[in-house]
Design a protein around this ligand. Structure first.
Ligand SMILES: *Cc1c(COP(=O)(O)O)cnc(C)c1O
Length: 383
């Protein structure tokens, strides 16, 4: 066995595709530490800096003291707690939908939702740049999946037009996780109406970041959250500084998922500490818009400094070659900037990139330091 995998790893290394773990020994703030050395963190999804916010950590500690460290069972056995109910009510209200269901992670949610709602006789329409969890959900469902060109609603329409399936699901990231661009949601909703399809929109990188109230790209584009074709999902682990995920939609669909989503049924429920932190995060962003405002100020500043066309806190610089991407990421690392290189299969071949993410808690000085480090490394980018 050792030989088999050693050979595979050699193969990955020769293509510049080998991955290994770097261990962080601090919290997920703008400055993180690795083996005692400090780095400016430009790779975290902790957009609002909530991952170490006292309101979240206090709520989490309080819940642990009151309810213990584990939920003890799956939700349908004894793991459904009042905290979960409160969290589901809060996220449904926040998202403007009838009901919500909490999943253990975004990955669980997408696998569970898609495989429960779709089957062999149905058809799924999936953006080619969708997150791996949506792709794997499509695979698990066994429904034929038609991949449409990234963000191309005309291509999507041509596929919908040809479909003979009665049940159709369009699925898309709302903010694409490796590019930071937005899906054309208003056009997608129109097509859903015209061709009688449902829409599953993944707001993992948008919740807490987009829309006046931070409700996501659905709010940003003024899409009716009560639209009976719309399924909103998202996670608590990014801007909300906690962990876990949710799906929002009509009550009947939520009840069906409770009965049929296997990644919901067959897993131990999230622990009290996590649910309390998520609940505290929703309360916090409902009341205080200042972090979101600060985040967008920082995004504007950083993107001006880079002369980039970014529309979200995710700002990639496309390098192309995988090995070159790693070399540049290492150069940045040596100058104290933590900006992870992203390579295939996460992104298409030949589009390896350094992906910068901006946080509300970055100071001007920290943003400047990163911009200087970028200017000083040998880029010569084909961007
Ligand atoms: C991160 C992410 C997920 C997975 O969420 P986890 O809670 O981290 O499992 C799903 N979809 C998208 C678009 C993501 O970026």
């Amino acid at each position: 066995m050792k030989d088999v995998f050693a050979k595979k790893i050699e193969g990955l290394k020769s293509e510049g595709l080998y991955r290994f773990l770097k261990t962080v020994d601090s919290d997920q703030g703008p400055e993180i530490s690795c083996q005692g050395k400090k780095y400016l963190n430009f790779s975290s999804n902790n957009y609002l800096g909530l991952a170490n916010h006292p309101q979240l950590t206090d709520a989490s500690i309080k819940a642990t003291k009151e309810f213990g460290t584990s939920s003890g069972a799956s939700r349908l056995i004894t793991g459904s707690m009042t905290l979960t109910q409160e969290l589901e009510a809060a996220i449904a209200k926040f998202k403007g939908s009838e009901a919500a269901l909490v999943f253990n992670s975004g990955y669980h949610a997408n696998l569970g939702i898609i495989s429960a709602l779709m089957g062999e006789g149905d058809t799924i329409f999936s953006d080619e740049w969708n997150h791996a969890s949506l792709i794997d959900g499509c695979r698990l469902s066994k429904a034929p999946t038609q991949v449409y060109r990234h963000g191309d609603s005309e291509h999507l329409e041509s596929l919908l037009k040809k479909s003979t399936s009665i049940r159709k699901l369009i699925t898309t990231d709302s903010v694409f996780s490796m590019d930071g661009d937005l899906c054309p949601l208003p056009q997608i909703m129109k097509l859903a109406e015209r061709y009688d399809a449902w829409v599953l929109v993944d707001e993992a990188h948008a919740t807490g970041v987009f829309g006046k109230q931070g409700r996501g790209v659905v709010e940003h584009f003024g899409v009716d959250p009560q639209n009976p074709r719309l399924i909103q999902m998202g996670t608590f682990g990014k801007a909300l500084g906690s962990f876990g995920a949710y799906v929002c939609g009509p009550r009947a669909m939520i009840d069906y998922l409770i009965n049929r989503a296997r990644t919901f049924i067959y897993t131990t429920a999230l622990p009290p500490s996590v649910m309390a932190a998520s609940l505290a995060a929703i309360k916090l962003i409902e009341e205080d818009f200042s972090l979101k405002e600060k985040l967008w100020e920082n995004v504007e500043y950083f993107k001006r400094g880079l002369d980039a066309l970014a529309v979200s806190p995710i700002i990639p610089i496309i390098i192309g070659d995988a090995q070159r991407t790693i070399d540049i990421s290492n150069q940045l690392f040596e100058s104290g900037i933590w900006a992870t290189g992203i390579r295939p299969p996460t992104v298409p071949n030949g589009t390896s990139r350094i992906r910068f993410t901006i946080m509300a808690t970055h100071t001007r000085e920290q943003l400047d330091k990163c911009l200087t480090a970028i200017a000083n490394c040998e880029f010569g980018i084909a961007n």
